[in-house]
Design a protein around this ligand. Structure first.
Ligand SMILES: Cc1cc2nc3c(=O)[nH]c(=O)nc-3n(C[C@H](O)[C@H](O)[C@H](O)COP(=O)(O)OP(=O)(O)OC[C@H]3O[C@@H](n4cnc5c(N)ncnc54)[C@H](O)[C@@H]3O)c2cc1C
Length: 444
């Protein structure tokens, strides 16, 4: 009987477990951390995440969307906070469209519990994969608590062990394996905005809050308990940076000047800032993702991206959905399946890596610029006038299943058109004439 192992019981590993178990396979999921349903642990790289259409479809096809909907908070747009404390809402898409704030821990726990309902699937916690034999499929594990070591042999091994994947590390020793890791010059720090004494949110929970400040930014997403998790994305070095802000006095002065309204929201700012870790952001690229008919990487292990499009997990869930779709006509040839998957998927995950990087500049800077706001209004009108001809890039990425590469190419075409359009004198008034827009853009 075919034996399969999933290394990494994070978000992607747990969802993949459900997909494979549904197909009747026997699966062991190895996770180096303790069972987060029993022990309180920090569940990973961010407290909460934005879940959007691609993620939802991945969950839906696995039959899990209803369970997750209960823990998801809709965010209809970006709430921009300017220096004077004024706010303005920029809708993300059409009426009724939203992205969703979800607690990483709760999401992971729910996925694990759903996966465990299948009798063929077993989680092994506190088991860190330390080695793998690429030819035989033998895996070695160390129990992170007892230090006891074991080894087990598998027919198929799925590496969903994240950006610093042990499985990928082994593949790096194979011939013609491409690999790169690139760190951003910026890192991030999470700061908690506690709920009001009555448990209500201090800000509108149905928006993703952004304090764009040019070279850096702060964002906040709501949690179900009335709190928000805010994240400061900030350079490591330079005039305004993690290394420069190194005393409570400097921190307060910096926030008074740059994020004055945050001081009321986080009264214990100094304590949190110097207690909470500063984390780095890395982009991982590699290829191939498979080895023979034995190994396949998915999720961050195959393609780690920066979080500025909110697509890391979403693309990992899309990986699972697409692999499952490909398995519908599966003829038993695993090597062919793995190669088809990686060949089709790689251009798309490269595209979202690029889009995510570009979106940092959009979020921290452009969203506050009048030209960007005008462009968004024109694009919204264009997509009302011709929904099939003009789907804004953000909507293609966030509210559709259009392959990321197609979205990137179409986004470039739109960019060129909008650049020319915005050069037309008096465009800030002219665009409101539908005939003008039709002639200039849609019939052009
Ligand atoms: C600040 C920040 C914000 C983000 N926001 C968003 C967002 O809004 N929307 C979005 O879609 N994505 C977001 N992401 C990206 C998202 O977190 C990742 O894409 C997602 O977690 C990838 O899931 P994964 O299961 O592939 O990897 P991980 O979540 O990293 O899970 C890997 C699992 O493998 C386990 N593991 C690792 N090594 C071993 C080993 N040797 N043996 C056994 N187990 C092992 C780990 O303990 C972990 O449980 C964000 C990322 C960051 C850093």
């Amino acid at each position: 009987m075919e034996k399969q192992a999933i290394i990494g019981g994070g978000l992607v590993g747990s969802l993949l477990g459900v997909y494979l178990a549904k197909r009747g396979y026997n699966i062991d999921v190895y996770e180096r951390r303790p069972d987060m349903r029993k022990e309180q642990i920090q569940a990973g790289r961010s407290i909460n995440l934005a879940l959007s259409e691609r993620g939802w479809l991945g969950l839906e096809r696995a039959g899990l969307a209803d369970a997750i909907r209960k823990i998801a908070i809709p965010m209809k747009g970006r709430m921009i906070h300017d220096l004077s404390g004024n706010t303005s809402l920029q809708p993300y898409g059409k009426e009724g469209q939203a992205i969703y704030s979800v607690s990483r821990g709760e999401l992971n726990k729910t996925l694990m519990s759903e996966a465990e309902k299948f009798p063929g699937l077993t989680f092994h916690f506190n088991q860190r994969c330390t080695n793998s034999n690429l030819d035989s499929g033998e895996l070695s594990f160390e129990n992170t608590q007892t230090k006891e070591t074991i080894s087990q042999k598998y027919d198929r091994i799925f590496g969903t062990d994240g950006a610093f994947s042990e499985i990928r590390h082994r593949l790096q020793f194979t011939d013609r394996f491409d690999y790169s890791q690139t760190y951003l010059k910026d890192g991030y720090k999470e700061l908690n905005i506690a709920a009001n004494p009555d448990g209500s949110h201090k800000l509108d929970p149905n928006a993703l809050h952004i304090w764009p400040r040019g070279r850096f930014m702060l964002i906040a997403l709501a949690n179900l308990d009335g709190s928000f998790t805010s994240t400061l994305f900030f350079p490591f070095d330079g005039e305004n940076s993690f290394s420069a802000i190194d005393t409570p006095t400097k921190l307060r002065a910096f926030f008074e000047k740059t994020f004055p309204d945050i001081l009321q929201l986080i009264p214990d700012l100094e304590e949190q800032y110097f207690r909470n870790p500063t984390s780095s952001l890395v982009i991982i690229r590699c290829f191939p993702w498979s080895h023979k008919d034995k190994y396949l990487l998915l999720g961050d292990a195959a393609h780690g991206i920066v979080p500025f499009y909110g697509q890391g997990m979403n693309s990992g869930f899309e990986d699972c959905r697409i692999l499952d779709e490909m398995m519908t006509d599966f003829d038993g040839n695993w090597q062919k399946l793995f190669q088809k998957f990686e060949t089709e998927r790689k251009p798309n995950t490269d595209a979202i890596a690029e889009l995510a990087l570009n979106n940092y500049i959009e979020m921290r800077d452009l969203v506050a610029q009048p030209e960007f706001i005008l462009r968004k209004k024109i694009e919204a009108r264009l997509s009302q006038l011709a929904p099939d001809k003009w789907i804004p890039l953000y909507s293609m990425v966030t509210f559709s299943h259009i392959p990321y590469k197609t979205a990137l190419d179409e986004g470039r075409r739109q960019e060129a058109i909008m650049k020319n359009l915005l050069l037309i004198p008096n465009i800030e008034n002219l665009w409101q004439d539908d005939d003008f827009l039709r002639k200039q853009v849609l019939e052009g």
